[in-house]
Design a protein around this ligand. Structure first.
Ligand code: LMG
Ligand code: NDP
Ligand code: PMR
Length: 398
C-alpha cells in the first residue's frame, strides 16, 4: 500500500513535509512538476551555502573550486568562487549503504542527494531518523523491479529540472533462502532483474543527463562485491558466481521458456545475487569502454567492505544474521560499519582525486582506497559486450 501510495506522490518532495523555508522548499517549488528542461546554464542553481567544513568526514576530500567552470557560482560572497551543489541520485538509499552514503554526502553541504527508493515513506523516515538535513535531500520513487517505474523515474527526474552530476546504482536484493524464483514486473528473476537489469536501464536512460552536466566531474558508480569475484576466498564460498554463456539471460530469465539463472542452471538465490554483482562490475567496464573517452564521465565500481548488519541479509535465517557480524568482525576481519562503508562510497562519488574510470575500488582496513583486481570473469571484455547487448534487448533499448 505504502508503495502504491508513494508512486502517486509528487515526483520530488523534500524529506520533511513541514519544511517551510530555504533551499529544499525552493527546490521543490521551482524544480518540481513539468518545469521545462532548458539549458542547465540558465537554470537557477541550488543555493550556494556557507560550507560547514568542520562537519565533513575526514575521508571525504572536499571538491576544489574550478575557476573557469560554468558550474561555479560567480556570485558567492566576498568574491569567493564556490562550486555549486552537486546533485547525486542514489538508488536504494532507504537503508544500509545507500542511506549511510546519502548522509555522508548530504552533510558536506556540497551535495543534494536524490534518494531513489521503492518505499517512499520508509525513505523519508530513514532520512529523518539518521539526521539528514532536509535542505540537502529529496526522495523520489523508483522501483527497480519494474522497468516502467525506471522509465517513469527518469522522466520525473528530468522534469525536476535538476542537473545530474552523479548516479549511484546501489540498491540490491539478496534471496539466499528462496526455494523458488520470484520475478519482476517484466518477468525477470528478481535478483538479476533488480540488481542488474533495472540499474542497466536506469543508467542508460540517465546517461544523457550525466553528459549534459556542467559539473567539473561527473560519475556513474555501480556497487559491486567481493562475493562476485572468484579470485578471492569470499568469492569461492559456494555457490560461486558464473554467468556461463548467458543462455538463461538471453532466454529472458523467466523460468518458462528459459532458466531463471543467467547461466541456464537451476535456481539458486545466492548464486543469482553473486551473478548480478558480476553483471554490475561488467556493466561498469562496458560503460567505460563505450563512453568514457567521449563524455569524460568517470565510471567506477567498488567493494565497500562487509557491512554485515544491513538489510541485505533480511531474508537469511536468523542464526546466520546472528553469527555473520561476529564472524566477519573477528574471523575474516572484513567487517565495516555502515558509516565507514558510506564514507567509502561517498569518497568514490566526490573525491576529486578519484577520477580514474573503469576502476574497481577497495580498501584495506584503515588505509586509502586502492584499485583492485577483478576476477577473470568479472573483467572479461567479450562477456561484458555480450551482457550489454543481451541486456539492451531485455529492457527494450534494442
Ligand atoms: C550456501 O552455502 C547455500 O548453499 C546457499 O543456498 C546460500 O544460502 C548461500 O551464501 C549463501 O550459502 C554456503 C555454505 C557453504 O556456507 C556455509 O554453510 C557457511 C556456514 C555459515 C557461515 C556463516 C558465518 C557464520 C560463521 C559462524 C562463526 C561464528 C563465530 C563468531 C564468533 C566470534 C568470536 C569472537 O560453505 C562452504 O562450503 C564453506 C567452504 C569454505 C570453508 C572455508 C572454511 C574456512 C574456515 C573459516 C572459519 C569458519 C568459521 C566457522 C567457525 C564455527 C565456529 C562455531
Ligand atoms: P540494504 O538491504 O540495506 O539496502 C538495499 C536497498 O535497496 C534498500 O534501500 C532497498 O529498499 C533497496 N531496494 C531493494 N529492491 C529495490 C527495488 N526493487 N527498487 C528500489 N530499491 C530497492 O543492503 P546494503 O546496504 O547492504 O546493500 C547496498 C549495496 O551494497 C548492494 O548493491 C549490495 O550488493 C552492496 N554490497 C553490500 C555488502 C554488505 O556486506 N552488506 C557487501 C558488498 C556489496 P528497501 O529499504 O525498500 O528495502
Ligand atoms: Mg563471506 C575471507 C574473507 C571473507 C569476506 C571478506 C567475506 C565477505 N566472506 C569471507 C569469508 C567467508 N565467508 C568464509 C570463509 C565463509 C564460510 C564459512 C563465508 C560464508 C559466507 C556466507 C554463507 N559469506 C557470506 C555468506 C553470505 O550469505 C553472504 C553472501 O554471500 O551474500 C551474497 C556472505 C558474504 N561474505 C562476505 C560478504 C561481503 C558477504 C555478503 C555480501 C555481498 O557480497 O554483498
Amino acid at each position: 500500500m505504502a508503495l502504491r501510495a508513494a508512486s502517486l506522490l509528487p515526483a520530488t518532495i523534500s524529506v520533511h513535509k513541514e519544511a517551510k523555508s530555504n533551499a529544499s522548499l525552493k527546490d521543490t517549488t521551482l524544480f518540481a512538476f513539468g518545469h521545462p528542461l532548458s539549458s542547465h546554464f540558465s537554470f537557477p542553481l541550488p543555493l550556494t551555502q556557507e560550507l560547514r567544513k568542520k562537519d565533513v568526514p575526514a575521508r571525504i576530500v572536499r571538491a576544489q573550486t574550478a575557476a573557469t567552470s560554468p558550474a561555479v557560482d560567480q556570485a558567492a560572497p566576498q568574491g569567493k568562487k564556490t562550486l555549486r551543489k552537486g546533485n547525486v541520485v542514489i538508488t536504494g538509499a532507504s537503508s544500509g549503504l545507500g542511506l549511510a552514503t546519502a548522509k555522508a554526502l548530504a552533510e558536506t553541504g556540497e551535495w543534494h542527494v536524490i534518494m531513489a527508493c521503492r518505499n517512499f515513506l520508509k525513505a523519508e523516515k530513514a532520512a529523518k531518523s539518521i539526521g539528514i538535513n532536509k535542505e540537502n535531500c529529496s526522495v523520489m520513487h523508483l522501483d527497480l523491479a519494474s522497468l516502467e517505474s525506471v522509465r517513469q523515474f527518469a522522466d520525473n527526474f528530468r522534469r525536476s529540472g535538476r542537473p545530474l552530476d552523479a548516479l549511484v546504482c546501489n540498491a540490491a536484493v539478496y534471496l539466499p533462502t528462496a526455494k523458488e524464483p520470484t520475478y519482476t514486473a517484466q518477468g525477470f528473476e528478481l535478483s538479476v532483474g533488480t540488481n542488474h537489469l533495472g540499474h542497466f536501464l536506469l543508467a542508460r536512460l540517465l546517461l544523457d543527463d550525466l553528459k549534459k552536466s556542467d559539473y567539473p566531474y561527473k560519475r556513474l558508480i555501480i556497487v559491486g562485491s567481493i562475493t562476485g569475484n572468484t579470485n578471492t576466498l569470499a568469492g569461492n564460498v559456494p555457490p560461486k558466481a558464473n554467468l556461463g554463456d548467458l543462455r538463461g539471460l538471453a532466454g529472458g530469465l523467466n523460468g518458462i521458456q528459459s532458466s531463471p539463472m543467467i547461466d541456464g542452471g537451476d535456481f539458486d538465490g545466492a548464486k543469482a545475487y553473486k551473478d548480478s554483482k558480476v553483471c554490475n562490475m561488467l556493466t561498469m567496464q562496458e560503460f567505460h569502454r563505450r563512453y568514457h573517452e567521449e563524455t569524460g564521465i568517470t565510471f567506477a565500481s567498488l567493494y565497500p567492505g562487509c557491512i554485515a548488519t544491513t538489510g541485505l541479509f533480511r531474508e537469511h535465517i536468523p542464526l546466520f544474521r546472528l553469527l555473520f557480524p561476529p564472524f566477519q568482525k573477528y574471523i575474516t576481519k572484513g567487517y565495516v560499519s555502515e558509516e565507514e562503508a558510506g564514507s567509502r562510497l561517498a569518497q568514490v562519488v566526490s573525491d576529486p582525486n578519484l577520477t580514474k574510470s573503469g576502476v574497481y575500488w577497495s580498501w584495506n582496513k584503515g588505509s586509502e582506497s586502492f584499485e583492485n583486481q577483478l576476477s577473470k570473469e568479472a573483467s572479461d571484455a567479450e562477456k561484458a559486450k555480450k551482457l550489454w547487448e543481451v541486456s539492451e534487448k531485455l529492457v527494450g533499448l534494442a
